[in-house]
Design a protein around this ligand. Structure first.
Ligand SMILES: Cc1ncc(COP(=O)(O)O)c(C=O)c1O
Ligand SMILES: NCC(=O)CCC(=O)O
Length: 435
C-alpha cells in the first residue's frame, strides 16, 4: 500500500487546521502514523485518496450501524435538501424523530434535539442541576462525555489516548463540581454521596464504558447506581451516545433493564449527520424553556437534513426484524475468531465485547473491568497491531482505548477477512517479540 497523497494532504492540512484534523483522535498520533484521508465509502468499505480500500470497523466512531451511504438514508437527505436545508422554525421531521425516540427508548417520554453528543451531555447536566437545585455531578474516571468543561476531567477517548485527561482551560471552579468515582466500584460512589450527598445533582455514566476501550458494567453496578441516585435525590444520567440503538433499540437501558432519569444520545440517531439528543421523564424535560426556566437552544437544532437521515436510520432499525440478532451473530463470530487466534498464537490479551462493540486489550491482566486494568494495556503493541491491520485492509480505531464496531453492512466475508488479518497481525506481533 502506498500513502503518498494522504501524506501530502496531511502536510497541507496542518498549515491551516490545528494538528491537521478537526478532532484529535483522527490524527493517528498515538499510533505514530500519517492519517489516511478518505475519499469515499459505501457499505462496509472506505477508500482513501490514494485508492487504498479498507473494510471499516470504525464506522465514523459509531454512527454508521447500517454501513456507509445507505441508499435509503442518502435518498432521505437528498429529498429533504431539495426542500431547503434549515429554517430555524419547527418542522414535521422533528416530531417524527422525537416520536421514534420516545417509542423506542423505554425511559424517554420527551426529547430535545441538539447537534452533537457533547451538547447533549452539557445540556443534560444543566437540566439535572436546574431541576435538583444542586451543583455537583459524579463522573467516572475514564468515561468520556464529549468535550464540555465539566467532563474533561479524567476523561476517556482521545483525552486518554493523547495523555490529556485533564485539559488546560477548564477552570478550577468548574472542576470542583465534578466528583470522580471509579467505574464498577459502587463503594467509590457511596463515598462521594456520604461526603457531598446534599450537593450532588446527578451521576452521569456510560452504561457500557466505550472510551477506555469497551468495559462492561459488572453485575449489579448499574442497578446500584440507580439505587444510590434515588436514595439521595440525585438524577441518574445514562450517556448512551455510543450504546443508544447499538445494544438494543432501547439502548443499554433496555439491554440491562435499568432505567435512568435522563438519557443522552448521539451518533446512530443522526444517520451520519451531526446530531445529539437528550430526553427523559416529562416532568424533568418540561423544566426546559420555553415551558420551564432552564435555558437551552440551537440555531441548527432539529436540522431537517439531520432529522431526515436520523429518522430514516431509526425506521430501518425498527423495520429490520433480524437487526440485533444479526449484529450479535456477526460480532460473536468475530469474537470467537479472535479468541481462536489468541489461542493459536499464544498472545496474551483480553477481549471485551457486548453486542456489536468490542475491544482487544493487549494486557497481561486476566480481565479488564476497571480503568486501571484498561490502562495496563500495552499501547506500543496496539500501535503495531493497528499498522498491521491497516496494511491488510482493515480500518480499526487508531487507539487502544476505543471500540471496534460491527455493522449490519459487514458481510460474513468481511468478518472472515478481519479474523484472518487478526491472525496474521498476532503472528507478526509474536515474531517481533521473539526477535
Ligand atoms: C459516550 C459518549 N458521550 C459523548 C460523546 C460526545 O459526542 P460528540 O463527539 O458527538 O460530541 C461521545 C463521543 O464519542 C461518547 O462516546
Ligand atoms: N469514542 C470517542 C469518539 O467517538 C470520539 C470521536 C471524536 O472525538 O472524534
Amino acid at each position: 500500500m502506498q500513502f503518498s497523497k494522504s501524506i501530502e494532504a496531511f502536510q497541507q492540512a496542518q498549515q491551516s487546521i490545528p494538528g491537521g484534523v478537526n478532532s484529535p483522535v483522527r490524527a493517528f498520533k498515538s499510533v505514530n502514523l500519517n492519517p489516511v484521508f478518505i475519499d469515499c465509502a459505501k457499505g462496509s468499505t472506505v477508500v482513501d485518496i490514494d485508492g487504498n480500500q479498507y473494510t471499516d470497523f470504525v464506522s465514523s466512531w459509531g454512527p454508521l450501524i447500517f454501513g456507509h451511504a445507505h441508499p435509503e438514508i442518502v435518498s432521505a437527505i437528498n429529498k429533504a435538501a431539495q426542500k431547503g436545508t434549515s429554517y430555524g422554525a419547527p418542522t414535521l421531521y422533528e416530531t417524527e424523530m422525537a416520536e421514534l425516540i420516545v417509542e423506542m427508548v423505554p425511559s424517554i417520554e420527551k426529547v430535545r434535539m441538539v447537534n452533537s453528543g457533547t451538547e447533549a451531555t452539557m445540556s443534560a447536566i444543566r437540566l439535572a442541576r436546574g431541576t435538583t437545585g444542586r451543583e455537583k455531578i459524579v463522573k467516572f474516571v475514564g468515561n468520556y462525555h464529549g468535550h464540555g468543561d465539566s467532563f474533561l476531567i479524567k476523561a476517556g477517548s482521545g483525552a486518554i489516548t493523547l495523555g490529556l485527561p485533564d485539559s488546560p482551560g477548564v477552570t478550577a471552579g468548574n472542576a470542583k463540581d465534578t466528583l470522580l468515582a471509579n467505574y464498577n466500584d459502587l463503594a467509590s460512589v457511596e463515598q462521594l454521596f456520604a461526603e457531598n450527598g446534599e450537593n450532588i445533582a446527578a451521576i452521569i455514566v456510560e452504561p457500557v464504558a466505550g472510551n477506555m476501550g469497551v468495559v462492561l458494567p459488572e453485575k449489579g453496578f448499574l442497578e446500584g447506581l440507580r439505587e444510590i441516585a434515588t436514595k439521595n435525590g440525585a438524577l441518574l444520567i445514562f450517556d448512551e451516545v455510543i450504546t443508544g440503538f447499538r445494544l438494543a433499540k432501547g439502548g443499554a437501558q433496555e439491554y440491562f433493564n435499568v432505567m435512568p432519569d435522563i438519557t443522552t444520545l448521539g451518533k446512530i440517531i443522526g444517520g451520519g449527520l451531526p446530531v445529539g439528543a437528550y430526553g427523559g421523564k416529562k416532568e424533568i424535560m418540561d423544566q426546559l424553556a420555553p415551558n420551564g426556566p432552564i435555558y437551552q437552544a440551537g440555531t441548527l437544532s432539529g436540522n431537517p437534513l439531520a432529522m431526515a437521515a436520523g429518522s430514516t436510520m431509526l425506521k430501518l432499525i425498527r423495520n429490520t426484524a433480524d437487526f440485533y440478532p444479526e449484529l450479535e451473530r456477526k460480532a460473536k463470530k468475530l469474537e470467537e475468531g479472535i479468541r481462536n487466534n489468541l489461542k493459536e498464537t499464544g498472545i496474551k490479551a483480553v477481549l471485551n465485547r457486548v453486542g456489536s462493540m468490542m475491544t482487544l486489550f493487549f494486557t497481561n491482566e486476566e480481565k479488564v473491568s476497571s480503568y486501571e486494568e484498561a490502562m495496563s494495556a500495552d499501547t506500543t503493541r496496539y500501535a503495531k497491531y493497528f499498522k498491521l491491520s491497516l496494511e491488510s485492509g482493515m480500518y480499526i480505531a487508531p487507539s487502544q482505548f476505543e471500540c471496534l464496531f460491527v455493522s449490519y453492512a459487514h458481510s460474513d466475508e468481511d468478518i472472515d477477512n478481519i479474523i484472518a488479518a487478526n491472525l496474521n497481525a498476532l503472528k507478526e506481533l509474536k515474531r517481533l517479540r521473539e526477535d
